[in-house]
Ligand binder design. Structure first.
Ligand SMILES: [Zn+2]
Length: 91
């Protein structure tokens, strides 16, 4: 899976707005075209959380979660047929 754009934040070095991407491992990364700095943050770290706060998320409409299919109410369980008396056919 390729990296996907997550949003933008200020470059830590020059404050230019840089695009932050996230990969399949949830690792954030950026590369600044202005000062050529780059970096990444791995999830679960304090630095990662700090980046997340700084990132302005893209406003692209997120795919709306599909509503969960409404389950049909379960039909009442059929009553078990009354057991026929054993041997009734044989008299
Ligand atoms: Zn920069």
């Amino acid at each position: 899976m390729a990296k996907v754009n997550l949003g933008k934040m200020d470059c830590p070095d020059c404050t230019e707005r840089v695009r932050v991407k996230i990969n399949e491992h949830k690792t954030l990364s950026y590369r600044c075209d202005e000062c050529d700095s780059n970096g990444y943050r791995q999830p679960g770290t304090a630095a990662y959380a700090a980046w997340e706060k700084k990132i302005t998320r893209d406003t692209a409409p997120a795919p709306a979660p599909k509503p969960a299919p409404v389950a049909d109410p379960a039909p009442p369980a059929p009553k078990p047929a009354p057991a026929k008396p054993a041997g009734s056919l044989l008299g």
